[in-house]
Design a protein around this ligand. Structure first.
Ligand code: CU
Length: 298
């Protein structure tokens, strides 16, 4: 009898891990890289961590809140056609709330909880960002700005947002809803399961045939204002030549620099670059464009 009890006890002991999901906890291993950028050797990352600096317009911290968010394939099962999701699609907090997010990644791949549109003087690239390869947990803290605004929260890993890992965080009343959030707002591109393949082909064929008409229209409007357009064209070609020359010179540098950046990030970088670059370069370029324009007109 004793033997049977101990066998039962051992079996229960060994089956324990099967019941509880094991998450690797990244909170204790984070190294501070400054600027709210925390990282660990296992690939866990927090960006825009800000537990103490008040955003402009906040006199004090309005509330202190903590949320737990799970990310994974299984949370998308209830949303037809989606592959990934967070367990929560909508968040709402008072302006100037100090918010701690405990992010659990339940999948055996990488996921992010990335919030956009925050003030750039306080959050690098306007982002607060938790990222970890799962199954794992990572936490970070930010202070929400004042005012009513709706912020995009998503996973930026290729196609994860399009496949459903998208949410919105409203500060105050928010300022509207974002599209294509599972169970919250309609898809921008609606799936149509009723259309047959033949109908779909006919529709595609129709659209393909309709396109040349639009092209004809635009070319006819260009030819009517011929004198003006030739002038614009020559000026444009001057700019184009310089653009091409600069592009060719800078291309190898830029390709390296912009590797892995999104279009939005590249644009922000370029604007910042132009702001900080010595204005003489811009002045020289404009002078050069003018000279080329003059020679072209002679
Ligand atoms: Cu993801």
């Amino acid at each position: 009898m004793m033997k049977l009890v101990s066998v039962g006890f051992m079996a229960a002991l060994f089956s324990l891990p099967a019941f509880a999901q094991d998450y690797q906890d990244h909170d204790g291993m984070l190294m501070n890289h400054g600027d709210g950028h925390l990282m660990d050797m296992a690939g866990g990352m927090v960006m825009g961590n800000n537990p103490d600096t008040l955003p402009g317009g906040c006199e004090k911290i309005a509330e202190t809140k903590e949320i737990t968010v799970h990310a994974g394939h299984k949370y998308a099962e209830k949303f037809p056609g989606r592959m990934f999701a967070f367990d929560t699609q909508e968040f709402q907090f008072k302006p100037c709330t100090k918010l701690t997010v405990h992010f659990f990644n339940d999948d055996n791949i990488r996921h992010q909880w990335m919030m956009h549109g925050l003030p750039k003087y306080l959050y690098p690239k306007g982002m607060f960002h938790l990222e970890v390869s799962g199954p794992a947990k990572i936490s970070g803290t930010l202070i929400l700005p004042p005012g009513d605004k709706t912020y995009l929260v998503h996973c930026d890993i290729a196609q994860h947002m399009e496949k459903g890992m998208k949410a919105q965080l409203k500060v105050g009343k928010g300022d509207g809803d974002l599209p294509s959030i599972p169970n919250v707002t309609a898809n921008t591109i609606a799936d149509d399961y009723k259309i047959t393949l033949t109908e779909l082909l006919a529709k595609a064929h129709e659209e393909a045939n309709a396109e040349p008409v639009v092209v004809e229209k635009t070319t006819s409007t260009v030819t009517t204002s011929s004198t003006q357009s030739t002038q614009e064209e020559s000026a444009f070609s001057g700019v184009t030549v310089i653009g091409l020359a600069l592009g060719l010179l800078l291309a190898p540098f830029l390709v390296h620099k912009f590797k892995g950046m999104s279009a939005e990030e590249i644009l922000t970088y370029l604007i910042d670059f132009l702001k900080t670059t010595n204005n003489t370069i811009i002045a020289l370029t404009i002078q050069l464009i003018k000279k080329i324009q003059n020679t072209l007109h002679k």
